[in-house]
Design a protein around this ligand. Structure first.
Ligand code: C5P
Length: 222
């Protein structure tokens, strides 16, 4: 491994993305939002009229993703697939469901492995996802499994989507998240579960600042 990696895994809505971003900013490390790669694979497959059950074709899409990340004037992240701005589509819950379907295909996970590992560059990387500590970066310096109660995760994700101007009800979102977590936990390849050497961090009822600080304290205690 070329650089220290902090792996943050956990279920949907646990706050991984937000915490990973804050920790990366505080440490001056690179950031890998691995879920975005699965989401982009699902979008690209859809755009190319490929059935999500066609493992070889979806894996080929994953291998050849023309993805680019940059920022808007206000500093928020923008995601490009080829020359199409997919920032909004990437975050839609329907895209999350598609991502969870393609993520269960072993060839797709294999196709995305090296791409993810290439993010580990000096001075270091904060990587968030479902299998950062178990598969992609098994020798990560710090492994964290971030959780929160199911209600709180649904509420947080709901607020996030509403803030982005998306039309979604809490009840429908709770069902979608539950389905996705079940599929992610029960799949045979790289299922969602804490690495043996992961620290479990329950963020229920805790502020973003408090959770970020706990992670930074763990990193600095090393
Ligand atoms: O984290 P996010 O909600 O963006 O992830 C979308 C989906 O991508 C997850 O539900 C999961 O199925 C898949 N995923 C994965 N492994 C990762 C990151 C995401 O299987 N490391």
């Amino acid at each position: 491994m070329t650089a220290p990696v902090i792996a943050i895994d956990g279920p949907s809505g646990s706050g991984k993305g937000t915490i990973a971003r804050r920790v990366a900013e505080a440490l001056g490390f690179h950031l890998l939002d691995s879920g975005a790669l699965y989401r982009l694979t699902a979008i690209s497959a859809k755009n190319n009229d490929i059935e999500l059950t066609d493992a070889a074709a979806v894996a080929s899409i994953a291998r050849n993703l023309a993805v680019r990340f940059d920022s808007k004037e206000d500093g928020s992240e923008r995601i490009w697939l080829g020359d199409e701005d997919v920032t909004r589509e990437v975050r839609m819950e329907s895209t999350g469901a598609g991502a969870s379907a393609v993520a269960a295909i072993p060839e797709v996970r294999e196709a995305l492995l090296e791409r993810q590992r290439a993010f580990a560059r000096p001075p270091g990387l904060v990587a968030d996802g479902r299998d950062m500590g178990t598969h992609v970066f098994p020798s990560a310096l710090v492994k964290i499994f971030l959780t929160a109660s199911a209600e709180e995760r649904a509420r947080r994700r709901h607020k996030q989507l509403i803030d982005k101007g998306m039309d979604v009800t809490l009840a429908a979102l709770s069902r979608d998240i539950e389905d996705r977590d079940r599929r992610d936990s029960e799949r045979s390849v790289a299922p969602l579960k804490p690495a043996k050497d992961a620290r479990i961090l329950d963020s229920s009822g805790q502020s973003i600042e408090a959770v970020t600080q706990t992670v930074l304290d763990w990193v600095r205690d090393l």
